[in-house]
Design a protein around this ligand. Structure first.
Ligand SMILES: Cc1ncc(COP(=O)(O)O)c(C=O)c1O
Length: 367
């Protein structure tokens, strides 16, 4: 892993530095509490809604992907309180998901290292199967049969818990930190049918997939997803400054507003939410994506990237090559035929020299 999937415009884009400098001179800070706002925050919210999937109608800013997903969880809970469904609060995530490190979002994350020693996950979070045919299929199971089985497992989980207790399902279009898991064809279509059947909201975490990486502006377009809530960060500002956003459907927004208006405030927000300098840099980032046709560029170069990546599958140590657009991974295998991995991960913490290579630094955050 060479980076955190974030510096989409490279490390020396002068226009982003200039956008920050201009905004520092104009207005270095103001908050967004009590119905106040700033020009860059208003413009950025407007621009995001122009390019986002159609259901989404409002934007809540924060500083990191974790906070954006955390806000999504709070909005889901608040929405169900507003709808008079106080029991409908559980959120289903997936094994190998990565959604952040706050108490709620580390719980949503489906990686053991993020739970161990932190007393996580919290009890309102459940994990269902990861859609990885490579890792999860039974012997001889086709991709279609595998997909049917894991979708059926999800339905059994919903029925076991009680559909009136399940509030939302959260997914990255392609799991990033969990190992670049590209879902099988029809996986999300079947998942979305289940969510509709049991009145469960869909939170799509676009924090890696957003802004062109999969060959469309959002992974939601690549996989035909219809999110009720969508979160973005990282490439939103090419990571030059910290900013994230939770985009929410008008239906959720209106229900929450109606419920909170009687009480005077929607008591959620952080000091640097929609910070004008971060918002100005994000706006300039979106301008550059548009002017330089970044999404088209991804579409142009992705076939060659994927072709060369997949050519490595013939290597004796590569179990699988997978990816979409400009996201890709190689699964390294000790025994290809048996999909047997190297036992590196277990020794990682002490420094791994499996395979005779150099000792590697331990990775604390991503296994
Ligand atoms: C898909 C996804 N969601 C959420 C996050 C959390 O974002 P942050 O590290 O900005 O809190 C990440 C970070 O890598 C991520 O990849």
């Amino acid at each position: 892993m060479s980076g955190l999937w974030s510096v989409s415009l490279g490390f020396s884009e002068p226009r982003l530095a200039m956008a920050a400098a201009r905004q520092f001179e104009r207005l270095p800070y103001y908050h967004l509490f009590n119905s106040r706002s700033t020009q860059p925050a208003i413009e950025l919210a407007t621009r995001l809604l122009e390019i986002a999937p159609s259901k989404l109608g409002k934007v809540l800013f924060a500083n990191s992907g974790s906070e954006a997903n955390d806000a999504a969880v709070k909005l889901v809970w608040s929405y169900n309180n507003a709808k008079g469904r106080p029991r409908k609060k559980k959120i289903i995530s997936r094994m190998r998901a990565y959604h952040g490190v706050t108490i709620a979002t580390a719980s949503l994350t489906g990686l053991p290292a993020n739970h161990a020693n932190f007393d996580l996950p919290i009890d309102r979070v459940l994990h269902t199967d990861c859609p990885s045919h490579y890792h999860g299929a039974l012997d001889g199971e086709t991709e279609e049969a595998f997909t049917r089985r894991i979708v059926d497992n999800l339905e059994q989980m919903i029925l076991r818990e009680g559909p009136d207790t399940i509030a939302a399902f959260i997914a990255e279009p392609i799991n990033g930190a969990g190992g670049v898991i590209v879902p099988p064809a029809n996986y999300f279509a079947q998942i979305q049918a289940l969510l509709a059947k049991y009145d469960i909201l869909f939170i799509v975490d676009e924090i890696i997939c957003g802004f062109g990486r999969t060959g469309n502006m959002f992974g939601s377009q690549t996989f035909d997803l219809r999110p009720d809530i969508m979160t973005v960060a990282k490439a939103l500002s090419s990571s030059y400054l910290p900013i994230s956003a939770t985009l929410v459907s008008s239906e959720i927004y209106e229900a929450v507003v109606e419920q909170t208006s009687g009480k005077g405030v929607f008591a959620h927000g952080v000091t640097y939410s929609g910070h004008p300098v971060c918002a100005a840099v994000a706006l300039e980032t979106l301008n550059i994506y548009q002017e330089r046709g970044i999404v088209e560029e991804v579409r142009k170069v992705a076939p060659q990237f994927q072709e060369r990546l997949h050519a490595l599958e013939s290597h004796p140590l590569v179990g699988q090559a997978r990816g979409r657009g400009l996201i890709g991974a190689l699964e390294i295998a000790r025994d290809k035929a048996r999909k047997e991995p190297f036992q590196c991960a277990r020794r990682h913490r002490k420094g791994c020299s499996d395979g005779g290579g150099r000792a590697r630094r331990p990775s604390s955050r991503y296994p």
